[in-house]
Design a protein around this ligand. Structure first.
Ligand SMILES: Cc1cc2nc3c(=O)[nH]c(=O)nc-3n(C[C@H](O)[C@H](O)[C@H](O)COP(=O)(O)OP(=O)(O)OC[C@H]3O[C@@H](n4cnc5c(N)ncnc54)[C@H](O)[C@@H]3O)c2cc1C
Length: 534
């Protein structure tokens, strides 16, 4: 499930041994992976470099990085990246020597971020992996298709329901809309690599496919989730009325950008010794507080690169420059207004080191999974690497487990599509959920607002359940229901963690509490949240 970096890397591994069906909600390439700008972190300079990458990852994670997972990430990373280069990925190189160029991002102790086409690293990784996967005869792609359910039999996932994601099934012969159908596909193993859930929030850098479907389906089937309270808010998304929250990569700050408030002050010195390259949660909260006046009104905060002289900014950041130009902004000339936006989910479906979930036959990798590798805060540019390393690991576990196929009927279940009025209703419910999550479970949280968030979430879930109860289905209805489930998990976990750590900040518990919470939150199939040491 999913054709981002994790799903594609796994598919390549699996195809060496059997038939693989890759189901992806839109065209191949529409994923968080495609939009990744800054780069991929990898320590390619030997053991000392790997050890430093491990320390940076552990330090960024605020005390709860699962060290074994982080060690696997940084030590297997170089092999996985070298392999990707061999398969055709072209990272930026020094024109004269031909050596790979490396940049530095927040909380990295040295420059180790490879990038491609300046600021289009994810698109290059996605392109090269998809091209490599496409030539495998044993990989089939089902584009514009979505998983809408997992079938559990005898405690094991044995099949998945797949539906069209391009709207209704149209009967071209008779020029009319057919019923909405789900087809049941039997599988020896199912890998959830369906990415993050930024769309749960009204302000997000994530594309529209990132609705957390995989996490919701796993939870619905009874799998455990972990660390759902830890949502990373990227500090610098573009803040222009009517424009999308376009990401302004951390690499801009890596190349020297300053942050300034509306009085022109470089304010980060009041918040952290590493200034603009402090951990993301620190920078995001600093921007949030500088961006608010005493009455809670909005003030502008800016990214400033006007002083950067030793770099051709348009060449180094062509994608960002082109997007800004559409809004008459120029990195070299203008102050760029920024604000935080939901960006990366550290939590997800709880897995072991090789992608096994708590449910037999079900595996997870990439942003949808939680190995504990990022702890409470992801180190910048570690997630593309995570997809490569843990995508390959999960595929290996699926092969090792060697589960039998339990053939079932390729049953087609028919549902009534929603009317256009009902589609509008679903859209309105999703809008309410997203706004409620931003207001109540965003950067700054407290018990009262989290409980308000739960009330909004539960009203939204009830309204959508009424439609499904009438036997109706659509893509947005399925996404909305999934988003409600993911939102509930975020809210419950955020309420249970009565401390502040990493990306999770509680105004009513502003301190880190290592005595009680040097642990991971785990939400069981019954919806209850407990804490475990890993
Ligand atoms: C704007 C932006 C910039 C970023 N920059 C960086 C960076 O510089 N470096 C870095 O390391 N990370 C970066 N990240 C994070 C990183 O891109 C992601 O964490 C990573 O790519 C996730 O990969 P994935 O394979 O787990 O999921 P994704 O790449 O999100 O892929 C998910 C796939 O699942 C599919 N899917 C979803 N729901 C369904 C369904 N119901 N049925 C079937 N298919 C489904 C989607 O269509 C998609 O194919 C960035 C993210 C964003 C949004």
């Amino acid at each position: 499930m999913g054709a981002g970096v994790a799903g594609l890397r796994a598919a390549v591994e699996l195809a060496r041994h059997g038939d693989v069906l890759v189901v992806t909600k839109e065209a191949l390439g529409e994923s968080n992976t495609h939009y990744a700008q800054g780069g991929i972190a990898v320590a390619m300079e030997g053991d000392e470099d790997v050890a430093l990458h491990l320390e940076d990852t552990v330090n960024a994670g605020s005390g709860i990085v699962y060290r074994a997972a982080a060690a696997a990430l940084v030590s297997e990373g170089p092999v996985r990246v070298a392999e990707l280069i061999e398969w055709g990925a072209e990272f930026d190189r020094d024109k004269k020597q031909g050596e790979l160029l490396r940049t530095r991002e927040g909380a990295h102790s040295r420059p180790r971020i490879l990038h491609a086409n300046g600021d289009a690293t994810g698109a290059e990784i996605s392109r090269s992996l998809a091209a490599f996967a496409r030539v495998h005869k044993r990989i089939r792609f089902a584009e514009w298709s979505m998983l809408t359910g997992l079938v559990v039999d005898g405690g094991r996932v044995v099949a998945a329901d797949v539906a069209s994601a391009s709207g209704f099934a149209i009967d071209h012969k008779h020029h009319r809309i057919r019923t909405y159908t789900h087809t049941r596909v039997a599988a020896r193993a199912v890998l959830i690599a369906a990415g993050g859930a930024g769309q749960v929030y009204s302000d997000t850098t994530n594309p529209t496919v990132a609705t957390g479907d995989g996490i919701a389906l796993a939870a619905e089937a009874g799998a455990e989730l972990a660390d759902m309270e830890f949502y990373q808010f990227h500090p610098t998304a573009l803040s222009l009325p009517g424009a999308p929250r376009f990401l302004l990569s951390e690499a801009l700050r890596g190349e020297g950008a300053y942050l300034r408030n509306d009085r022109g002050e470089r304010f980060m010195e009041r918040y952290h010794a590493k200034l603009e390259l402090a951990p993301r949660d620190v920078v995001a909260r600093a921007i949030a507080s500088e961006g608010m006046d005493e009455q809670g009104g909005m003030r502008l905060v800016y990214l400033d690169m006007r002083h950067v002289r030793n770099l051709d900014l348009h060449k180094r950041f062509p994608g960002i420059s082109a997007f800004l130009a559409q809004h008459s902004l120029d990195l070299a000339r203008d102050l760029i207004p920024v604000r935080p936006a939901a960006h990366y989910l550290m939590g997800g479906i709880k897995t072991d080191m090789v992608g096994r979930t708590s449910l037999g036959g079900l595996y997870a990798a990439g942003e949808a999974a939680c190995t504990g590798v990022h702890g409470a805060n992801r180190l910048a540019s570690n997630s593309l690497l995570e997809g490569l390393v843990f995508g390959a690991r999960a595929a290996q576990a699926m092969l090792d487990d060697d589960l039998p196929l339990i053939p079932g009927d390729a049953e087609e279940v028919k549902y009534t599509p929603l009317s256009s009025q009902e589609e509008k209703q679903v859209e309105a419910v999703i809008g309410r959920l997203q706004a409620g999550m931003w207001a109540n479970a965003g950067l700054l949280r407290e018990e009262e607002t989290l409980r308000q968030g739960l009330a909004v979430q539960s009203a939204c879930a009830d309204e959508l359940a009424e439609l499904t109860g009438q036997g109706k289905r659509s893509r947005r209805l399925a996404e909305g229901r999934g988003m409600c489930r993911v939102a509930n998990a975020i809210l419950q976990a955020a309420l249970a963690r009565t401390e502040s750590r990493g990306a999770h900040f509680r105004k009513d518990y502003p301190k880190r509490d290592d005595v009680n919470f040097l642990k991971h939150s785990v939400m069981g199939g019954d919806g209850r949240v407990g804490f475990e040491e890993w």
